[in-house]
Design a protein around this ligand. Structure first.
Ligand SMILES: Nc1nc2c(ncn2[C@@H]2O[C@H](COP(=O)(O)OP(=O)(O)OP(=O)(O)O)[C@@H](O)[C@H]2O)c(=O)[nH]1
Ligand SMILES: [Mg+2]
Ligand SMILES: [Zn+2]
Length: 351
């Protein structure tokens, strides 16, 4: 019998299951999403489950179970089943689906912490770290910036200078898979039963860190390419593993771009430490672009606020607004389309 508490099951989830009307069915957590089925870990072991047609009907992809979701399923035998329901989502990390304007993609659910992994060769990029951070904070997940490959030599002072405006939102940890004490420190930052998702570019060492934390090779990692010294795309799926029975780690494939899927751009000022200035602007609805009496612009001009942080703030805000208005429009269109179909059905019925 598997103790699902080690996977994060708790009284609150149990309560939700009781309320779901599926008391007698099994519950479990999605560990891998395959093309047509889901691996679900439950008290009775791992099950391969398909979705009922009902669960898929009228749903967008991001609403279907993703890694980390808790689901209710009916088992057929000791290893196969069918998912009939999903418990309400919490702390889900989304991103904008690449190549779309208003579609989002669910990366992982019921996440407590997110390790934003960057490597200290040429991957470290504070703008990219900010981007991940705002999406993670938006989901009520705790971000941690993990700067890996610390064995390669880097200018610590220069890096700390660049991240100082976000350091109070997220701790920064330097790691190397060749320095066991840095891995122990990382392990200590994970609380029992907590779920941690690893995100970042390809080749930064996400899977290597998961393996180091588990002290065994549970995931495949890349060989360093001799010619460039850089990693190649190795992980191809999001995958959950259990660390020493005390923490749940979710590895993800490296992403080239991480588009914001945020509904409310207002919190960005606070996340990027701009709100202290914004409070002093003459107008309450100041956009901090060219308004008279704008304290943010003044702080940029007198050098107290880093211009690059300010520009990044404007860019992320534009992007978040673009996403939320496009998403809103899309929802409106979908709604009026389904209304139209209902209307046609009614007319047919009346004939
Ligand atoms: N020098 C050094 N190399 C590392 C470290 N961590 C990982 N690597 C190497 O970096 C390469 C990429 O590691 P992976 O763990 O596969 O990277 P990943 O982030 O999972 O990449 P994707 O799965 O493609 O997203 C491998 O060759 C690792 O051995 C480190 O701390 N120091
Ligand atoms: Mg990987
Ligand atoms: Zn202003």
């Amino acid at each position: 019998m598997i103790d699902l508490n080690t996977y994060g099951w708790n009284d609150k989830l149990n309560q939700l299951k009781q309320e779901s009307g599926h008391r007698s069915l099994s519950h479990g957590r999605v560990t891998i999403v395959h093309r047509t089925c889901h691996d679900v870990i439950s008290e009775n072991g791992l099950f391969q489950c398909e979705l009922t047609g009902n669960m898929m009907f009228g749903k967008s992809d991001f609403e279907l179970p993703c890694v980390g979701d808790w689901v209710i399923f009916q088992s057929f035998d000791e290893s196969k089943g069918i998912i009939v329901d999903m418990l309400p989502r919490e702390r889900t990390l989304y991103r904008k689906k690449s190549g779309t304007v208003a579609d989002k993609q669910a990366i992982a659910s019921y996440v407590d912490k997110a390790f934003i992994v960057q490597s200290l060769d040429d991957n470290f990029n504070v703008r990219r770290a900010e981007r991940f951070m705002v999406q993670i904070l938006e989901a009520n997940i705790k971000p941690v910036l993990v700067l890996n490959k610390a064995d390669l030599g880097f200018d610590r002072q220069k890096i700390e200078e660049q991240v100082k405006h976000i350091a109070c939102q997220m701790p920064i940890v330097f790691t190397s898979i060749q320095q066991p004490q840095t891995i122990s420190r990382l392990r200590e930052s994970i609380v029992d039963g907590e779920t941690v998702v690893f995100v970042g570019s390809s080749g930064v060492g996400k899977s290597s860190l998961v393996n180091a934390l588990c002290e065994k090779s549970v995931l495949q990692t890349s060989e360093i390419s001799q010619s460039t010294g850089k990693g190649r795309h190795t992980s191809t799926r999001r995958e959950m593993v259990l660390m020493d029975g005390s923490g749940v780690l979710i590895d993800t494939p490296g992403v080239r771009e991480f588009g914001l899927a945020i509904d409310d751009a207002d919190s960005l000022a606070e996340m990027l430490e701009i709100s202290d200035y914004a409070k002093l602007c003459r107008f309450k609805d100041c956009e901090h672009i060219s308004e008279p009496g704008c304290a943010v612009l003044e702080a940029v001009n007198n050098g107290t606020l880093d211009r690059k942080v300010y520009e990044s703030y404007l860019k992320l805000k534009r992007e978040a607004r673009h996403f939320s208005t496009s998403e809103h429009e899309k929802r409106k269109k979908d709604k009026s389309f389904s209304k139209l179909i209902d209307e046609v059905k009614k007319r047919k019925a009346n004939f």
